[in-house]
Design a protein around this ligand. Structure first.
Ligand code: FPP
Length: 246
């Protein structure tokens, strides 16, 4: 059941699931317990998005900068990720969800690389929804990787430097076929993008909530989408132009 306007759902939602550590602190629990609850919540929110008919969801599960956290915290998050990939994805596969990832996968452990690669291969043809996990991801690194690829093509004569435009850059991003997110949800009340999809967020609507990620339930997701539905997306035009009165 939903009171949302199903004809105006965001096609692609991106999420920065922040606040696991603070959630644990408030409860008097170790930070890693916050991450465990956070990973349980990934399951809940993916499921609600599927139920609502959201076609694409991209989750910032682990940034390149996160490697600099204390070793035991990184290990705990990696264990949760491994557990999630092995035990929480069957239901998604059954529902026809395509599982994908962006980031420098080669920086992850061989076991996690194998699991995610295998899931991506198995679900490549699924089209009920596409869930993309950003793993060892950095928006700047993605742009650097794109520039390297473009320069290689230019040097080998496959590409005329004068012909390079925005489309060329897009075509060299990790997933050129993934449309820009319509809505970014950031939990934990920090008002920043934190090196997430820097190119893709050009016209994404931003929604920040005080709720810490483990507390961000399906009702809060619906509130975020309801807020999105009240926004006027102008893409640099005037309001009158957008409403078609000019
Ligand atoms: C942000 O909270 C969360 C992370 C850096 C890691 C996110 C990891 C998970 C949700 C679990 C593993 C992922 C999956 C897909 C199962 P924070 O630690 O920055 O919180 P704080 O700002 O309160 O310290």
């Amino acid at each position: 059941m939903t009171l949302l306007d199903t004809s105006k759902l965001p096609r692609h939602i991106a999420i920065i699931p922040d606040g696991n550590g603070r959630w644990a602190e408030v409860q008097g629990l170790p930070r890693n317990e916050g991450h465990r609850r956070g990973s349980d919540n990934v399951r809940e929110i993916v499921s609600r998005c599927h139920e609502l008919g959201i076609k694409m969801l991209t989750i910032y599960a682990f940034s390149q900068e996160n490697w600099n956290r204390p070793r035991d915290e990184v290990d705990a998050i990696m264990e949760l990720l491994a557990h999630y990939l092995q035990h929480e994805t069957d239901e998604l596969v059954e529902k026809g969800v395509r599982i994908d990832s962006i980031g420098r996968l080669d920086e992850l452990s061989p076991a996690i690389q194998k699991d995610i690669t295998e899931l991506m291969r198995r679900t490549e043809g699924n089209d009920s929804m596409r869930v993309t996990f950003a793993l060892s991801y950095s928006g700047r690194a993605e742009l650097v990787d794109a520039v390297r690829a473009i320069v290689r093509e230019a040097e080998s004569g496959q590409l005329d430097p004068e012909a390079i435009d925005e489309k060329t850059l897009r075509l060299h991003l990790y997933r050129p076929d993934l449309p820009d997110p319509d809505l970014l949800i950031r939990t934990g009340d920090e008002h920043r993008i934190s090196n997430f999809l820097l190119w893709q967020f050009a016209y994404t609507e931003l929604y920040v909530t005080e709720a810490l990620w483990p507390d961000f339930g399906p009702e809060q997701l619906d509130l975020a989408i309801a807020e999105y539905q009240r926004r006027e997306r102008r893409f640099g035009l005037t309001s009158a132009q957008v409403r078609g009165s000019e």
